[in-house]
Design a protein around this ligand. Sequence first.
Ligand SMILES: Cc1ncc(COP(=O)(O)O)c(C=O)c1O
Length: 411
Amino acid sequence: MPLDRAACAALDRDDPLAEFRDAFEIADGVIYLDGNSLGALPKATRQRLADVVAREWGDELIRGWNTAGWITLPQRVGAGIASLIGAEADEVIAADSTSVNLFKLATAALALRPGRRVIVTEPGNFPTDLYILQGVRDLLGDRVELRVVEPDRIEQALDADTALLLLTQVHYKTGRIHDMARLTAKAHAAGALALWDLSHSAGAIDVDLNAAGADLAVGCGYKYLNGGPGAPAFLYAARRHQAQLRSPLSGWMGHAAPFAFGDDYAPAPGIERMLCGTPPILGLAALEIGVGIMARADRHAVRAKSMALGDLFIRLVEESCPGQFILHSPRDAQARGSQVSFGHPEGYAIMQALIARGVIGDFRAPDVIRFGFAPLYVRYVDVYDAAAHLKDIMDSGTWQDAAYQTRGAVT
Ligand SMILES: Cc1ncc(COP(=O)(O)O)c(C=O)c1O
């Protein structure tokens, strides 16, 4: 692995994904290392949204549901996402937020395992995963018990009372990857279902839900899928479960015949039953562009570049700032998602100093500075330059500037 900038530029010239960077709007002087939180804006999204607003909405008005195909957009976007996560087109649908989809699927999963009341998950998961499970427990009372166990105790925690195992495949803070196939098999051996949060996986690492035998999954549209802030999320239900799966949010868009306007709920036959209300067309139109770009990229090239960028960054930071940061991510690229996290007690101020120089990563309390490497638009030279800025900030002590100490509402 080269360590000088010219060698990094050479890697960029040989990068089979290099052409994709031009599909995104990234301002000069910005090194964007936060695509794991909010993906960059695809250039085509600007045009597409203008068209949806002016022509489809402005001219077509209500007719757009048919003439512009709005009514099937959740399925179409879902099918695109399915191609990225090893699922069939009719197993994935774009809808709601990841939090809401977690609620729908966790609740529905409990009903698929009558007589079992335990949901197994891990502490330190992304908060919404835990909060949603706590809400499900509060709603269903004695019918639910949460068993929150450290990762190395997950397998022992699965037993004859377990209805569901809920895990996030790539940890949001550290980037550690859970072995989906192995843990799903363990859940099945105990008679339980497995629900995977793919928020930091889809578009970043190889995901093969069907090969892993996964039952259910959810994930974000605004991270590596580049759907824009608050983009609709997605959910997956293996075909074998769909006929039994009942959404607790039995809205009319999940009805078998929504436009019959009947009084009684009857779920749609397939994955559509997991829809709830009217789909957000502007958000879905933007997400469709992001998913389309990602679907054109070679999955293996994406993963190979993601691992190489992460390895390069770890090496550069450890060589240029020896002993100053604790690596919180797995060193082994195979065990790491598309991000690298370092710990430092002054992490917040250091990240603010980086952002002031145009190197945009993020901070996660209490001490984690997090750098995401979205392989479609992050270059090897970006990684080199980011590490050089970090060294400069540490050597000069500029992070101690008072301006970098004040925390905003969103960190
Ligand atoms: C693992 C995980 N799940 C869920 C979410 C967010 O869910 P929502 O889009 O409902 O806010 C995030 C956001 O970063 C996440 O990292």
